[in-house]
Design a protein around this ligand. Structure first.
Ligand SMILES: NC(=O)c1ccc[n+]([C@@H]2O[C@H](COP(=O)([O-])OP(=O)(O)OC[C@H]3O[C@@H](n4cnc5c(N)ncnc54)[C@H](O)[C@@H]3O)[C@@H](O)[C@H]2O)c1
Length: 351
């Protein structure tokens, strides 16, 4: 698969490496407003360094990875679908429901795959939750508890990362968009949303500091949810699934799992803690980027599979990207009205 990369910043450099190091993909072209960053991403790959999106789209390609700031996704995605290419777009897909819908519609019209960079699905702690639930180890799932946060504006390098309307919103559009996707990943779908946003700390107009919500799936299973920029303990996320035979927790950073099981709720419990020391050591030397890179490699393999029509893939499709943005908008609307918001069951998006 010949891939063009649009946006070669912090994430784009890792995306470039994932493409270069995958034997089934070739980095064919790179475009970034910074020629230096484009050259750096293309280094030793033979990729053409382009000075415009048009020039990149003129190179023979099968797919494009979009890792520009969020407000640039729309144009890059629409143009790529217009040329009949598959797209892997960084999260969030766009900064509004309407623009995300336009990108989804363009993918459907082009009959090409749209995938979204919800790479946390590939983190070992998240995989472990998926496998534990599938194996029946915690029995019938009753509910989920989902949290993601960091300490807010000090964690950002650029204005576009936190200022509405460029971003779409605050914590829910940043780390929270990953958590919303993981909620849907485990619930299957989110069809009901009640939430309350607040913004008494950073006071960025239109960008919430904090969102607390309840999501429900079509079967009535609930997830409690919090996305926040007021997590003074620093960056971290956790997902907990509770069933009639126990619970499983996945968390990062550091990567950890906890599994507690019992045969009946009054009986004795067994406890297993997984600490992933090899990841801790690797991150000490090569930083969190080494973990992100591994997840991007897994995601890329799934992206190639998705374009080939494979259905047993973990990758987030365009509907996952759309629902994550719709949920963020629903929590805002719920905050304003005090009412729950109902959403249709989107299911799976097929190219
Ligand atoms: N999956 C994840 O875990 C994760 C983590 C962080 C960021 N992101 C997402 O990745 C994307 C990029 O974030 P980043 O942290 O790499 O930002 P960044 O600022 O480091 O990189 C963005 C790059 O895009 C380039 N750019 C800007 N406008 C452009 C345009 N019109 N055409 C071409 N290039 C352009 C910039 O020059 C810059 O090099 C965003 O969508 C962000 O939300 C994802």
């Amino acid at each position: 698969m010949r891939i063009g990369l649009v946006g070669a910043g912090k994430i784009g450099q890792l995306r470039a490496r994932s493409v270069i190091e995958d034997p089934s993909t070739t980095l064919a072209a790179v475009f970034d407003l910074s020629a230096d960053l484009a050259r750096q991403a293309a280094a030793r790959s033979g990729a053409k360094v382009c000075s415009s999106l048009e020039e990149l789209l003129g190179v023979p390609l099968d797919a494009v990875i979009v890792s520009t700031p969020v407000h640039v996704h729309l144009d890059a995605c629409l143009q790529a679908f217009g040329r009949g290419l598959h797209v892997l777009c960084e999260k969030p897909v766009a900064n509004s429901v309407a623009d995300t819908q336009r990108i989804v519609d363009a993918a459907r019209t082009a009959k090409k795959a749209l995938a979204v960079g919800f790479n946390l699905r590939y983190y070992p702690a998240i995989r472990y939750i998926r496998e534990t639930i599938a194996a029946g180890s915690i029995g019938t799932v009753d509910h989920f508890r989902i949290f993601g946060g960091h300490d807010g504006l000090g964690s950002f390098t650029h204005d576009w990362e936190y200022k509405t309307p460029l971003t779409g919103g605050g914590a829910m559009w940043d780390i929270g968009i990953h958590m919303t996707d993981l909620a849907r990943h485990f619930l299957g779908e989110i069809t009901e949303v009640y939430g309350v946003m607040s913004g008494n700390v950073w006071r960025v107009p239109g960008s919430e500091d904090n969102a607390i919500a309840v999501f429900r799936n079509p079967q009535g299973i609930a997830a409690s949810y919090q996305a926040t920029w007021d997590e003074w303990k620093g960056y971290g996320f956790s997902i907990e699934a509770y069933g009639d035979k126990g619970m499983v927790r996945g968390a990062y950073a550091p990567m950890q799992n906890l599994l507690i099981t019992h045969q009946n709720p009054r009986g004795p419990r067994t406890r297993k803690l997984l600490r992933y020391p090899e990841i801790a050591v690797r991150e000490k030397i090569f930083s969190w980027k080494s973990t992100a890179l591994l997840s991007f490699k897994d995601e890329l393999r799934d992206f190639v599979g998705l374009t080939e029509g494979k259905r047993d893939v973990v990758i987030a499709d365009g509907y996952a990207g759309l629902r994550a943005v719709e949920v963020a908008a629903a929590v805002k609307s719920s905050t304003e009205t005090g009412l729950a918001v109902r959403l249709e069951n989107l299911g799976r998006m097929t190219p």
